[in-house]
Design a protein around this ligand. Structure first.
Ligand SMILES: [Zn+2]
Length: 68
């Protein structure tokens, strides 16, 4: 189970999901964009917006409807 799917058990429709990933070797933030499998689950849970860290460790915001 991916982390996103686990947290969806506690999510309410309309929540904003935030996903961050830390690299194993230096604790810097890395790409945490949910995979297509998680995206389907996220959409089904009623989440409209996701924030995730990109390769540079910066936050990006994605609209769930537009991403599918
Ligand atoms: Zn996933």
């Amino acid at each position: 189970m991916h982390a996103e799917m686990n947290v969806l058990r506690f999510a309410q429709p309309g929540d904003v999901l935030e996903v961050m990933r830390f690299k194993k070797y230096d604790d810097k933030l890395s790409m945490a964009k949910p995979c297509s499998w998680c995206m389907a689950e996220i959409k089904a849970a009623g989440i409209k917006k996701i924030k995730y860290t990109n390769w540079h460790g910066n936050w990006e915001t994605m609209c769930v409807e537009a991403a599918l």
